[in-house]
Design a protein around this ligand. Structure first.
Ligand code: NAD
Length: 492
């Protein structure tokens, strides 16, 4: 599947693929070549209204929202199985659309399958409680689905992040509307069809492609939108929070990061170097939780940087579909220019480029949006490259002396999504993990997460969490019911 995909992709509303109301379409490019890949419909306000109407009706009329979670369990398991059967096709489509190496796309699809299985397992375990209260009364709580939940996804893990957000809402009995990133909607559109095939009733899972300003904001501000889960940049996250505030709807925000990897001198430096490289060069650094700041003890800085440099030089850049390629292009030309701009500014400010720093030479690489794996040292503490999310394969290096300074440097960021500690001393590992201001911390591990574990940010990296056992509860309301056990009898 290396040429363009001929059949255009429509929106997915009410259980069927449909063209946009005003017929608008966009051509998507393959980021490895910048040649046309596929054509998609681009929705607008009318399509959003249609999707909201259909989803609202489906929520009220279909048995999906009803009390029997075991039906949802069956359907979500079936969906996981269907996706597993078609994993290779989905992975290839993800790579063609987004650029990441096929091996990574396969890992993403596998994560989606496991998320569906995990959430399927929870769908019939959304329970209330009975609460002892004074008097002749029976008190219980019930968990009710919210209604139509809106999910807005970014382009870096297109299907994974869309399903991570939608699956718990579906498990809890809601009707969902997804707005994928305009650059990378293809796997989500295919997934919606598969969901229908698996038995998700028409109108329960809808996908509207379109711009954030038009489609995103119309969805969030409509009275039928009962909650919004947004994964994307902190700036847009703030905007979503503002839009959601007047109606006080529940909001989950999964935002950006500037995550530190703290390496102490007693660490296994070979493993640490591999993890540092993996944490910033995987997905070409387009990861919310990329370990984009290396915080290293001064005495081992040179030694560790040599190893990270060797790992960077060992990467093979190229189209993600090509065998042996370990780093793909950035998602778009605009993103490539933005990343190179950060590096140029740091260089002009006196930073030292340890490796990379530009566009790679090599057959075919000029056509795509490739950036060399880059390490920048001797950076000013206030430089933009250490404060702002670059969202590319660019590692900024800080050095420290002593544990207190390590923690202080690591926490010197407005973000707090992920952090990592490398040491052989178990008490240093635990105590630094406790002091790091981040929602996810690993000790002697690269960035790592599972459908079973909560994923969410501290500080400006977000609000709320996704994944884990409690995720479906986010998409429910808790109602307390008090029943008199005595009044009727007393009247006699
Ligand atoms: P983005 O914020 O530009 O866009 C994300 C989504 O929001 C897209 O679908 C976009 O169309 C939509 N959008 C944009 N403006 C909108 C508006 N005004 N109203 C409603 N929707 C709007 O982010 P991006 O460039 O697609 O993705 C990269 C960002 O996502 C990075 O900052 C990254 O850290 C973050 N991210 C966070 C997580 C996490 O779990 N915390 C995961 C992946 C990516």
């Amino acid at each position: 599947m290396s040429a363009a995909i001929e059949a255009p992709f429509g929106l997915f509303i009410g259980g069927q693929e449909t063209a946009a109301h005003d017929g608008q379409q966009a051509t998507l490019l393959n980021p490895a070549t910048n040649r046309p890949l596929a054509v998609t419909s681009v929705g607008g306000r009318e399509d959003v209204r249609h999707a909201l109407e259909v989803a609202d009706r489906a929520f009220r009329d279909s048995p999906w929202a009803g009390g029997d979670g075991s039906q949802r369990t069956k359907v979500l398991f079936r969906l996981g199985r269907l996706l597993e059967e078609q994993a290779a096709t989905f992975a290839e489509l993800e790579t063609l659309n987004m650029g990441k190496p096929l091996r990574e796309s396969k890992g993403d699809i596998d994560f989606v399958v496991r998320t569906l299985e995990y959430m399927a397992g929870l769908a019939d375990k959304i329970e209330g409680e009975t609460i002892p209260v004074p008097g002749a009364r029976f008190d219980y709580t019930v968990r009710e689905p919210l209604g139509v939940t809106v999910h807005i996804a970014p382009w870096n893990y297109p299907l994974l992040l869309a399903v991570r957000s939608m699956a718990p809402a579906l498990a809890a009995g809601n009707a969902v509307i997804l707005k994928p990133a305009s650059l990378t909607p293809l796997t989500a559109l295919r997934f919606a069809k598969l969901a229908h095939e698996a038995g998700v009733p028409p109108g329960i899972l809808n996908v509207v492609v379109g711009s954030g300003r038009e489609v995103g904001e119309t969805l969030v501000t409509d009275a039928r939108c009962a909650s919004v889960s947004f994964t994307g940049s902190s700036d847009v996250g703030r905007r979503i929070a503002e839009l959601a505030a007047p109606r006080m709807i529940p909001t989950v925000l999964e935002l950006g990061g500037k995550s530190p990897v703290v390496v102490f001198p007693d660490a296994d430096l070979d493993r640490a170097a591999r993890a540092v490289a993996n944490g910033i060069f995987q997905n070409s650094g387009q990861m919310c939780w990329a370990g984009s700041r290396l915080v290293v003890e001064a005495g081992i800085e040179a030694q560790l940087l040599e190893k990270v440099k060797a790992a960077a030089q060992g990467l093979k850049l190229g189209p993600g579909t090509e065998a042996g390629v370990t780093m793909g292009p950035l998602v778009s030309r605009e993103q490539m220019d933005r990343v190179l701009g950060f590096v140029a500014e740091a260089r002009d400010g006196g930073a030292r480029i340890v490796v990379g720093g530009g566009r790679p030479a090599g057959p075919g690489l000029q056509e795509g949006n490739f950036v060399e794996p880059t390490v920048v040292a001797d950076v000013d503490a206030d430089a933009r490259i250490v404060r702002e999310e670059v969202f590319g394969p660019v590692l900024a290096v800080h050095r420290f002396e002593g544990v207190d300074q390590a923690v202080q440097v690591a926490n010197r960021t407005t973000y707090g999504l992920f952090a990592s500690v490398w040491t052989r001393d178990i008490s240093t590992g635990h105590s630094v993990a406790r002091q790091l201001e981040a929602g996810i911390v690993t000790v002697n591990e690269p960035p790592m997460t599972f459908p079973q574990t909560p994923f969410g940010g501290y500080k400006q990296s977000g609000l709320g969490f996704e994944q884990g056992r409690d995720a479906p509860l986010v998409y429910t309301r808790r109602k307390n019911v008090i029943v008199s056990l005595g009044a009727a009898k007393a009247k006699k």
